[in-house]
Design a protein around this ligand. Sequence first.
Ligand code: ZN
Ligand code: ZN
Length: 375
Amino acid sequence: MFSSPAGGASEEDKSVKFTGWAAVPGGDGVLQKWSYHPRPLSADEVEIEITHCGICGSDIHFMTEGWSSITRPAIPGHEIVGTVVKRGKDATHQIGDRVGVGCLVSCCRGSSVCNWCRKGEDQFCENKTVTFNSPFKDGRGGISKGGFADRIRVYSDYAFKIPKEISSAEAASFFCAGITTYTPLKRYKAGPNTRLGVIGIGGLGHIALQWAAAMGCQEIVAISGRDNKKDEAFKLGATKFINTSDKEQIKEAAKSIDLCLCTNGSSNSNWEEYLSMMAPLSQLVLLAIPEEPITFVGSHLVSRDVAIVGSHLGSKGDIEEMLEFAAKQGIRPWIEKRPFDDINEACKDVHAGKPRYRIILEMDPSVSTATPTSS
Ligand SMILES: [Zn+2]
Ligand SMILES: [Zn+2]
């Protein structure tokens, strides 16, 4: 166990300690139990007792420093679900509310509001704090710590009430995988005139197929390098399957996709092949960040007005809308539950691409609670 706080001078609530699974100094990709004093609960914050947290590819990139080096100790986890156990006097939630927290925990606070918050696109806020290892810019100091833990304190506008139709374990993955796939479908108006492609049938892709089916897309093409998820892709809503290891199938699909979500973060993807399938005036939307630069020649883009764009999460409004849509349409992530204590094994499985389709860590209800301290 490590006792030093994770950087960033801030006021601490010495009356309580939260315990999480952290990337610690010298720990490489292995998480170890680590406790910290949270920031004092402010008037507009809630304290959440965490019951579930999904494991996302980003957590693995982070822990293994695939994207950049990190400040340790750091607690990952950003598909968080739990119960409100404490509230500040101005918080919008009540004790006992079941809420979820995703990739962001703060945006502009107080009177100065950035352009993006004003536009309702807080995911681009100039003063945002992401859920873990990110400095708070609210004047109170400290660095955010994520959901692989027993508790978390967040501003109540970043804790979203979970519709009663959705179980806590199933709700978790909406807060990253769900919103990441929902927003671009909304932004690019996926619907009855859209021939949609989804590259990669995993944690993100399996939800994207379900959104697309509920939105009534004209054609839903699951695109994968292997046939092993073909049957499940059809169950999830696909109307067509392309195995990219079969060059004939790619040729037959030339210029046939109007909007394509790429969930594949592998650097050795064949971008030329993906682009060859894009129709005129189409968008290829990157949802995962490859660790290496991607390369392609420009002819597909120029000859057919094809755009390669990215998409980053969604706004608070998008998250609320998505949860309602999922509840109404019966869309649920396909999950495998594991106890929090198996976190390192579970992370290894995610790293190896084994889950079908999302691993959700589940807290043993008999052991979870924050530890009061006398120090
Ligand atoms: Zn994520
Ligand atoms: Zn802002």
